[in-house]
Design a protein around this ligand. Structure first.
Ligand code: GDP
Ligand code: MG
Length: 332
């Protein structure tokens, strides 16, 4: 990584870097940035909202044939505009454990730091006006020597913009950030600036994923992905081996008047054994309820409309032998 001693101005001393007026051809190709980007931060700061805003509704997922990386890709943004050519590959990292410090959580957090070492740029998200203990713990786990761009989110909530300055100065001290960018993920404010700061730290190697390796996944697929993600996050190491998600029904009810369409989604979490069922369901149904609620909230944000979601757990022993089921799960 370059030592960006020029700070965050536009680098006027640099040659014609962003002008995009050069003749097309090799000079342009040499400016095609691409790389892996992880978004981290304590819960509720707006990471999912930001990711959805950055990649838009058109979430691209790399086709199975190209899935050779260690990363779980959550979205890809390919920008082909002159002077901005870049491919941002957003990847998932295991959640930071900031509640308790016990041996397991410390081990999980080391895993997060390792995962962050594997990406090109980290984006840490905090909430404007709120920087507390949980944020500090995330900062402590940032890998050394890795460019980290700080996104100060939810600036739309701060009525008095002047009040933001002392806050920016305070968080600015918390880490040697590559840049600090105030944004509003919900309103889409300053997200282009954020991408510009990320882009500066991406390697110059052309497309990581050519267009023909990208597929735009259907809402049905994404619904299953969201449930899978919650399963993974809420169960962690306890997640039963072989557990998967099947969307049994996906209906869209047309909206009426000012109300948009309602999506009714019926999903099953398929486990291998009877003994796995209570693990997914949790005490008094708590775990399953949280999976369903959190997945529904994410879906409503992504689909931008109301979602009715029903999730249950079913046992399908030996499902790996069942071709039909495999196909329905997307394992063709
Ligand atoms: P995550 O837990 O970090 O993934 O956070 P989410 O993306 O789930 O967002 C948490 C809450 O903050 C949700 O209610 C979002 O609607 C809200 N939120 C996210 N970004 C913004 C923003 O820019 N402005 C405001 N006012 N709310 C936001
Ligand atoms: Mg989230």
């Amino acid at each position: 990584m370059t030592n960006d001693t020029t700070g965050h101005d536009d680098g006027h001393d640099l040659p014609d870097f962003d002008a995009g007026t050069e003749a097309a051809g090799p000079a342009n190709a040499a400016d095609y940035r691409s790389g892996y980007v992880a978004i981290v931060g304590r819960p509720n700061v707006g990471k999912s909202t930001l990711l959805n805003r950055l990649v838009g509704e058109k979430i691209s997922i790399v086709s199975r044939k190209a899935q050779t990386t260690r990363h779980r890709i959550t979205g890809i943004l390919t920008d082909e505009n002159a002077g901005h050519e870049a491919q941002f590959v957003f990847v998932d990292t295991p959640g930071f454990q900031t509640k308790y410090s016990n041996a397991l959580n410390r081990a999980m957090n080391r895993g997060v730091t390792q995962a962050l070492n594997d990406v090109d740029v980290v984006v840490m998200v905090v909430e404007a006006g709120r920087y507390g203990g949980a944020d500090q713990q995330v900062v402590r786990l940032l890998p050394e020597g890795k460019p980290v761009v700080l996104a100060v989110n939810k600036i739309d909530r701060i009525a008095d913009k002047g009040a933001l300055l002392p806050f920016l100065a305070e968080v600015g001290q918390a880490h040697p950030w590559a840049a600090v960018v105030p944004v509003s993920a919900a309103r889409g404010k300053q997200t282009a600036e954020l991408l510009g700061e990320i882009r500066k730290h991406l390697p110059n190697e052309g497309l990581l994923f050519p267009e023909d390796e990208l597929t735009d996944k259907s809402e049905r697929f994404l619904a299953a992905e969201y449930i899978r993600e919650k399963l993974f996050r809420l169960l962690g190491d306890e997640l039963p081996y072989g557990a998967t998600v099947e969307i049994e029904k996906f209906e869209v009810e047309p909206g009426q008047g000012t109300k948009g369409p309602l999506r009714r989604i019926f999903a099953a979490i398929v486990v291998d054994r009877d003994s796995h069922k209570p693990i997914v369901i949790g005490k008094g149904g708590e775990t399953l309820k949280r999976i369903a609620t959190e997945a529904r909230q994410d879906m409503e944000r992504l689909f931008d409309g109301k979602v009715y979601l029903e999730v249950w757990v079913k046992v399908k022993s030996g499902w790996t032998d069942d071709d039909r089921l495999l196909r329905s799960l997307g394992y063709e």
